[in-house]
Design a protein around this ligand. Structure first.
Ligand code: GLN
Length: 198
């Protein structure tokens, strides 16, 4: 990897961080797993992976990362948030555990596991605005359901519902691009990271 390649942090409390790391490296980025405060230093972009939003938030709080991460993202650190990562950033969270709250950085209301138990995992081909070319393979695993998208821009829908949004330097997805071989969304984050640096 080139030394001047953007450095992208992947929050590594729990969940699908290793897959994101591989996808980012295949997209031309240097990566760093983010486990504590020092790991935030010098990042050009960030990934908040899928996993379990309750556990992820609790662990961030425990290691003192919750507020510093919120600050960094609100100051414009380009961020790709997938699934549980999207929940972590949300304005409103329903279906969570008692008292579960998002960081309030993304103007969306999400219902955890909102696609229901019957169809908790599925795949769908998605038209993602700005990607061009062929559809993107959306892999949904106990995904949050977007109930409102406020001032966020909807960049992909599935059966009439938003499944990907963009707001400022945040790109948030209900699905898991790290579980496919399509690297276009990771490449988009790497591009955003480069723009932030220049
Ligand atoms: N259901 C999980 C949560 O609420 C999210 C699922 C996922 O990230 N694949 O945190």
């Amino acid at each position: 990897m080139r030394n001047d390649a953007p450095l992208v942090g992947v929050l590594a409390m729990q969940g699908a961080f290793a897959e994101h790391q591989r996808a980012l490296e295949a997209s031309g980025a240097r990566t760093r797993l983010v486990k504590d405060l020092e790991d935030l230093e010098g990042l050009d972009a960030l990934v908040l992976p899928g996993g379990e939003s309750t556990t992820m938030t609790m662990l961030m709080e425990r290691v003192g990362l919750l507020e510093p991460l919120r600050d960094a993202i609100s100051r414009g650190l380009p961020t790709l948030a997938t699934c549980a990562g999207m929940i972590v950033l949300a304005r409103d969270v329903t279906g969570g555990i008692e008292g579960q709250r998002g960081m309030g950085l993304l103007d969306i209301a999400v219902r955890r596991n909102g696609y229901g138990r019957q169809i908790d995992s599925f795949e769908a081909d998605l038209e993602v605005a700005g990607l061009g070319g062929k559809t993107f393979p959306g892999v949904f695993i106990r995904s949050p359901l977007l109930e409102s998208t406020g001032s966020a821009e909807v960049v992909a829908t599935h059966e009439g519902r938003a499944v990907a949004v963009r707001q400022g330097s945040i790109l948030a997805l209900c699905f898991h691009p790290e579980l496919t071989s399509d690297r276009r969304l990771h490449q988009e984050l790497v591009r955003m990271a480069g723009v932030g640096r220049s």
